[in-house]
Design a protein around this ligand. Structure first.
Ligand code: M6R
Length: 351
């Protein structure tokens, strides 16, 4: 059942501290300060191609960045596009990211890669799924069953598993990122306890459209925030790389199009996102900042969805929890069919 929650989606959002703990269980060696994934023994990719759809594609974009940061060439592809012109695989590891393990587009992309001689890895939630059976290697995200059509806890577990995956295969012992992953269950709990997303959502029910922006690891977070919102509210939402806003989408920005800006940390890239926020604020758009308070983005924001200060990798996970809550509460206020949005299915088995 829904354990007292109005919807499975809200229950699943609130399950994240537990599902993330489950995801990390036995995979992080605290003493040695390293990640251990027995499933990946002998997997040593020199480059990685991710294939995925929807929310899982956003996780794949994030995963590709983690590998790039570690110096391993990596790219994320929409599975349905990958098959139209599969890139040379050489000795790339092709990774299918799929919660259900049954998505037809993702299966086709993995099969195409296999035909070209690639080794494949399935990153999935479902034991015994088609992807788990067909891939050379499997890495489970261990989120537990997800009933809501909109992915929530499985997205967070995908992000965490991608962190473990990249740290394990690059034999990275960075204590700061390992520690921030270990602490995620409790930092997610802090957000669930303190979020003001419900009040912020209520303030914008009449918006013409919602725009989400972010840079770097927060770019896929912005894309996912927009997908979640459109999927369960039926309102128009788009996610952009923060730097792209001024190359076209800015023409859509008005005083009735809230811009949800994700900026964590205070590096040169966060500061550039603050610059983009100033541009929309000058056009009277309401600004909702998702921030850990390190940059001065709050000066230009009408509302703040706060996340604890942490490593950039985990900050992205925390920011996406705030955006899940924002989408959920907007949809709840609008009275939508949150667990079964119109026209959508939990697992898409046609191409
Ligand atoms: O099972 P998969 O992860 O392969 O599903 C891919 C997409 O259909 C899925 O992520 C979809 O976008 C979500 N329902 C969005 O919330």
């Amino acid at each position: 059942g829904k354990s007292g929650y109005d919807h499975f989606m809200l229950k699943e959002i609130h399950e994240q501290p537990r599902s993330l703990r489950q995801c990390l269980q036995g995979r992080v060696d605290e003493l040695g300060g390293q990640v251990e994934l027995d499933e990946l023994a002998g997997v040593n990719p020199t480059s990685v191609q991710f294939v995925a759809c929807g929310t899982s594609y956003h996780a794949a974009l994030y995963g590709a960045r983690l590998f790039q940061e570690a110096g391993i060439p990596a790219q994320a592809f929409l599975a349905s596009e990958y098959v139209t012109a599969p890139p040379p695989v050489d000795d790339a590891l092709v990774v299918g990211v799929t919660q259900s393990g049954e998505t037809a587009d993702t299966l086709s992309a993995l099969r195409a890669a296999k035909r070209l001689g690639a080794r494949t890895l399935g990153l999935t939630n479902v034991v015994g799924s088609t992807v788990a059976r067909e891939c050379d290697h499997v890495l489970y995200i261990r989120a537990g069953p997800e009933i809501g059509v909109a992915a929530s806890k499985t997205f967070a577990s995908q992000l965490v598993t991608l962190n473990l995956f990249s740290l394990a295969v690059t034999d990275d012992h960075d204590r700061e990122s390992i520690g921030s992953l270990r602490d995620l269950p409790s930092t997610v709990q802090e957000i669930l306890d303190d979020s003001v997303a419900a009040e912020v959502a209520t303030a914008y029910l009449d918006a013409d459209a919602y725009f989400f922006i972010g840079r770097g690891l927060n770019h896929p977070v912005a894309l996912e925030g927009a997908l979640k919102l459109k999927e369960i509210t039926y309102r128009h939402a788009e996610g952009f790389a923060a730097g792209e806003l001024k190359h076209g989408p800015l023409a859509l920005v008005t005083d009735n199009t809230p811009v949800i800006a994700v900026a964590t940390g205070d590096d040169e890239f966060a500061r550039k996102t603050v610059g983009n926020v100033k541009e929309v604020e000058a056009r009277d758009a309401p600004v909702i900042a998702v921030t850990d308070g390190q940059s001065d983005i709050e000066r230009y924001a009408d509302h703040v969805l706060r996340v604890p200060e942490t490593h950039p990798r985990t900050a992205a996970v925390l920011a996406s929890v705030q955006l899940q809550l924002f989408a959920y509460h907007t949809a709840a206020d609008l009275g939508r069919s949150i667990d079964k949005p119109r026209n959508l299915a939990k697992s898409v088995t046609v191409e």
